[in-house]
Write a protein that binds this ligand. Structure first.
Ligand code: NPW
Ligand code: K
Length: 497
């Protein structure tokens, strides 16, 4: 798992690398610029295009000057440097890079006021004005310049981060930030790149390794971590030679109503396709024909109209509840009954979460170790309105610790809050997955992994990562949930080591 760092920690890692690796800060800047240029060239190789490089006078600007030199050496001819000199201060490495540029025939112009700029003829703009040194919101000359650049609506590639962007803390659409198509960022993504509000300002980000001291970075105390492929491989367990269906548990999925049987089918099938030894779907009578004809491997536990149910909790090794369950009185009765009877960790999703939100005394009945899988609206219904995703990060950590549960807050970079206060970001996923039924499948996968004996936290991590990995692999515009779940067996096998 990769530790995600805040700005202060990143600065410490920078200093530590300079110290331990006996590298000068200027050489580190050179490495950063080199890593930027390699990544940049993999996407923008048309050397005839005119590129304007806007540089501040701190180290982000120093990176920009070094990048200009390197692009020139790689054959990019139509370069144009603008130095934004709104302060007399400049960093030592900026000055050194400006000197290094004196033998190059790249036009350099100093800007002392945004009003000096009327237009920008370049096709592409590299933003090396401000990076992680930002210490307050932009105002005055900076604000005017950023507004002007955004008005030009150019293709902007940001060095490390867009000028004015806050690496951590709440973001709002009103923040004055350069709108960039891509940020090529150093060593680790900024935490805010992983939150949806970053989309106001940034299309996508790419992380490049600049050789910072990894051992030091990993030793720092950070609650925020990024899941890696190896975390999945080392947690997945192979199926034994002499194993049988009893080895892999019995998952019970309590889901569906007459109108929403699809949710029950998808979540129960996801249990089956991700390896539960036995799967039972607890469904209303109206859904029986659909279940029997679509998934003969799955057993049915039929609920009558009154939603009364005699549940033999010992029979099951995991229980998922919520997809398509409905929020009417009968569903509440059923949920309450199940929560009173089944005291092992369970997976709570969709309507189960909405019911808990409106009958908050049920929170007391959530068994410790359970996994809650809300999307943003369900999360806010449960834990109150939040003004920003940063606030959701803080309250998700808090709630997971108080409830002793894992909370999976679904999004492009799904966040998994663990009961010990750790906050895991999942890197896999794709906009092709933004379709109905996707959450039902995820609930099924997590329920299935718990049935097989994985710890609920691991089940959540494995489920979220593998679910996203399938979506990410599809070259198609969209992936329907039932297509995704059929790819579970081969995907899980591919991650087994
Ligand atoms: N981390 C790493 O490992 C590595 C980092 N590297 C690079 O260094 C970058 C960070 O460089 P940095 O620290 O010099 O800060 P930077 O972003 O250039 O800005 C500094 C200037 O901004 C000013 N300023 C701040 N806020 C302001 C505001 N609201 N409005 C107006 N001015 C404001 C501030 O002025 P001050 O407040 O100090 O008066 C100061 O003059 C980082 O993003 C990366 O590109 C790589 O080279 C190597 C490895
Ligand atoms: K920048």
């Amino acid at each position: 798992m990769e530790n995600l760092l805040n700005t202060e920690q990143m600065r410490a890692a920078d200093a530590q690398t300079i110290d331990s690796a006996k590298i000068s800060s200027l050489d580190l800047m050179e490495k950063a610029a080199g890593a930027f240029v390699s990544s940049f060239m993999s996407e923008f190789s048309e050397k005839y295009n005119s590129i304007a490089i806007y540089c501040g006078t701190g180290n982000n600007g120093g990176d920009g000057l070094s990048i200009a030199r390197m692009l020139h050496d790689k054959g990019f001819q139509a370069l144009d440097i603008k130095i934004v000199r709104f302060t007399e201060k400049s960093s030592a490495d900026f000055i050194a890079n400006l000197e290094a540029l004196s033998s190059y025939k790249i036009p350099v112009r100093e800007i002392r006021d945004a009003a000096e700029l009327t237009e920008e003829p370049a096709v592409l703009l590299i933003d090396a004005m401000l990076g992680s040194g930002l210490n307050k919101p932009l105002s005055g000359k900076w604000e005017a310049l950023v507004k002007k650049i955004n008005f030009w609506n150019k293709k902007v590639i940001a060095v490390d981060m867009p000028t004015g962007f806050r690496a951590e803390g709440p973001l709002t659409a009103d923040d004055c930030v350069v709108h960039a198509k891509l940020a090529i960022t150093f060593q680790r993504p900024k935490i805010n790149f992983l939150l949806p509000e970053s989309a106001f300002f940034l299309g996508e980000h790419r992380v490049v390794d600049i050789g910072l001291d990894e051992a030091y970075i990993q030793s720092l105390d950070s609650p925020y971590k990024l899941i890696e492929k190896e975390d999945i491989a080392c947690r997945l367990v192979k199926r034994d030679n002499f194993s049988h269906k009893g080895t892999y548990g019995h998952a019970l999925m309590v889901a569906g109503s007459a109108e929403t049987m699809g949710a029950a089918l998808l979540s129960a099938e996801a249990c089956l396709y991700s390896g539960a030894g036995l799967t039972t779907a607890c469904i209303p009578e109206e859904g029986l024909t659909a279940l029997n004809s679509r998934a003969p491997e799955i057993m049915a536990l039929v609920r009558t109209g009154a939603q009364e149910l005699d549940l033999n909790a010992d029979k099951y090794t995991s229980l998922g509840i919520g997809p398509g369950l409905g929020t009417e009185a009968n569903s509440l009765k059923l949920l309450t009954r199940i929560m009173r009877t089944y005291q092992k960790p369970m997976v709570l999703d969709a309507d189960a979460l909405t019911l808990i939100a409106s009958n908050y005394e049920l929170v007391q009945l959530i068994p410790e170790g359970s996994v809650l899988t809300p999307h943003m609206k369900e999360f806010d219904r449960l834990f109150g309105e939040h003004k920003s995703w940063w606030e959701r990060l803080e309250s998700g950590r808090d709630r997971a610790m108080t409830l002793g549960c894992t909370i999976v807050l679904k999004n492009r970079y799904t966040v998994i809050f663990l009961p010990d206060g750790t906050c895991l970001f999942n890197p896999t996923g794709s906009p092709a997955m933004a379709t109905g039924g996707m959450g039902d499948v995820l609930t099924g996968i997590i329920t299935s992994f718990i049935a097989q004996g994985y710890k609920p936290e691991d089940a959540a991590m494995l489920g979220v990562y593998l679910h996203g990995a399938i979506g990410q692999k599809t070259p198609d515009y969209v992936i329907p949930a039932s297509d995704l779940l059929r790819k579970l067996p081969s995907t899980i096998a591919a991650y087994l080591t």
